[in-house]
Design a protein around this ligand. Sequence first.
Ligand code: KIV
Ligand code: NA
Length: 265
Amino acid sequence: TRRVTVHDIAAAKARGEKWPMLTAYDAMTASVFDEAGIPVLLVGDSMGNCHLGYETTVPVTLDEIAMLSAAVVRGSKRALVVADLPFGTYQEGPVQALRSATRLIKEAGVGAVKLEGGERSLAQTELLVQSGIPVMSHLGLTPQSVNAMGYRVQGRSDEAAHRLLHDAKAAESAGAFAVVLELVPAEVAAEITRSLHIPTVGIGAGVSCDAQVLVYTDMVGLTGGKVPRFTKQYADMRRVLGDAAKEFAGEVVDGAFPAEEHTFH
Ligand code: KIV
Ligand code: NA
């Protein structure tokens, strides 16, 4: 089996086919989603909140992304694996971005990288693409800027919507193969989707986007506490895991585990 490529992604938009993307941070989860037919796996810096126990994505390091990206690549056979460039590993400029992305391509074996920002990351996107590294762009709510922007819907005013469209076109002209739109009004995302030749990947951006992405821990109900309104919980893994742990604990305490079939003589 060969992996999904950015050419397959382009062909899907040409055919008007929608596709799903999920985050993954480890080999086992990656293999489950790969076998389920998810064509694109994102090793998102959401691993900060969802896997590593940080408050935000901001502290995530390139070492952390590289290690978990390698695991996701090892765990999958068919999916295109996209790794986030974490905060502070591309903002200095194109050369820093190329150095960071090259590590993820060579060490971790990912097929593409994602970075936040349209116009402001134009030079970075151009150099990566010219160097043969496919780039996914991320616009709208960009969590690496949480300290400046907070977590709120982006592009609500006409001016902000216009700026978003401009950023999306900038990313496309720099050679990005797809654009994530996070927490953007559905009408604005629909207009951007119509205006671009490359696919939009929505999260909290309405149903008109070419693709949809969810953070997998939200999608399977593993995230504790409050989750954003735009996520949908398709399973209750937190309960499944908790119940299994409680049952195991109970059987250890009352001596029901290990039973004869788990025992060697
Ligand atoms: O890090 C992440 O999971 C992301 C998606 C929400 C697009 O960037
Ligand atoms: Na991210």
